[in-house]
Design a protein around this ligand. Structure first.
Ligand SMILES: *Cc1c(COP(=O)(O)O)cnc(C)c1O
Length: 371
């Protein structure tokens, strides 16, 4: 196979652009000798809370932990059912299972790839406790009808915002619309650190206090453990790097949007490829630029692009209800299954040039006409 000339994601240009700021931030932490929580994490939490327009931001070890801790602080536990989408990263459902609850999947809206609110009522039972919508690829799930259903049935809403830092729904930042929002700072995310990291955002004082306890072994005061918790503290080096990147995240998200629109303008003319749909209610921050390739040609297109030096990925090839670890043999979610067969994510990061996008599209054109 030929060398990948345009990878799906390349962290190096962003690091190069921010090098001096990042070096200074890391040096500050090293010199401080404080590596877990502490002033750097507190400053980051304040800055994120400010950015999101939310009362509390609690820094955690990962997005997965943010989901687990978010579910626990919202009172989800054994015997409960939690409604979510089958078309997401495994961690969404894994977290639900890890707190002892059962994920109940609801099919997606084929245009946005996000949970279809119209299908939620049929999935409710007396054990339903919460809804976990995922803002997949950086685009908002349709939150108003989800929040209305939750209100009517007394359910909690935890937003999986791992892929959508800075994205919006009707003028409000994602991760602040439900009872809590779970964020991931995995290096490839729109706001990514140099390791694992996560955060829970909430307007509820008690939820925030509980989350702070759970991240530190269930103790408010050191060695006064009140409940069983976790070791899920954000570290100061990640917080320092994330503080630098937070200052640039709007510009980076804007760059992603412009590149996405450049892709879409070109791909719209290409038969067999459907560019992503931007729902009118939100600001899509394009964590991924994901097209559909119809008629079973997705894998051929991916291989053809790889041969021509263009990296692509399939997020996600198997809907969660079909994974070996899950036991949903009786279930079928046709839209999620079709999406899993058709989706293809193209190179996307704030530092790709429009020229590179033009090259990706031309390479796709080269062989698509012959298929
Ligand atoms: C990345 C991701 C997570 C998990 O975040 P980690 O920080 O890797 O634990 C959860 N949900 C979704 C949708 C994700 O993309």
């Amino acid at each position: 196979m030929s060398k990948i000339e345009i990878p799906i994601y390349d962290p190096r240009p962003e690091i190069a652009a921010l090098r001096d700021e990042i070096d200074a931030a890391i040096r500050r932490v090293v010199d401080s000798g404080r590596f877990i929580l502490g002033p750097e994490v507190e400053a980051f939490e304040e800055e994120v809370a400010d950015y999101l327009g939310v009362r509390h931001a609690v820094g955690l070890n990962s997005g997965t932990d943010a989901l687990v801790i978010g579910l626990r602080v919202l009172g989800v536990g054994p015997g409960d059912e939690v409604i979510t989408t089958p078309f997401t990263f495994f961690a969404t459902a894994e977290a639900i299972s890890l707190v002892g609850a059962k994920p109940v999947f609801v099919d997606i809206d084929p245009r946005t790839f996000n949970i279809d609110p119209e299908l939620i009522p049929a999935a409710l039972t007396e054990r339903t406790r919460a809804i976990v919508p995922v803002h997949l690829y950086g685009q908002a799930a349709d939150m108003d009808p989800i929040l209305a259903i939750a209100k009517e049935h007394g359910l909690k809403v935890l937003e999986d915002t791992a892929q959508a830092f800075g994205g919006e729904y009707k003028g409000r930042k994602l991760g602040t619309l439900g009872d809590a929002g779970a964020f991931s700072f995995f290096p490839t995310k729109n706001l990514g650190g140099f390791g694992d990291g996560g955060l829970l955002a909430t307007n509820d004082d008690e939820v925030a206090e509980m989350a702070r306890m759970l991240r530190a072994h269930g103790a408010k005061k050191k060695y006064q453990n009140e409940i069983l918790g976790y070791n899920s503290r954000l570290d100061a080096l990640q917080a320092a790097v994330l503080r630098v990147k937070l200052r640039h995240v709007d510009a980076f998200n804007q760059a992603r949007r412009e590149l996405a629109h450049a892709y879409t303008a070109r791909l719209d003319e290409l038969a067999g490829v459907t560019p992503p749909h931007e729902a009118p209610y939100g600001v899509h921050v394009y964590h991924q630029y994901t097209v559909r390739v119809a008629d079973g040609k997705r894998d051929v297109v991916a291989a053809g692009l790889a041969e021509r030096g263009v990296g692509t990925m399939v997020y996600y090839p198997t809907p969660l209800h079909q994974l070996p670890v899950c036991d949903y043999a009786e279930c079928t979610f046709p839209e999620a299954e079709q999406a899993a067969r058709e989706v293809l994510s193209l190179p996307m990061s704030p530092h790709i040039s429009v020229g590179q996008i033009e090259r990706v599209v031309r390479k796709a054109e080269e062989f698509l006409v012959r298929l």
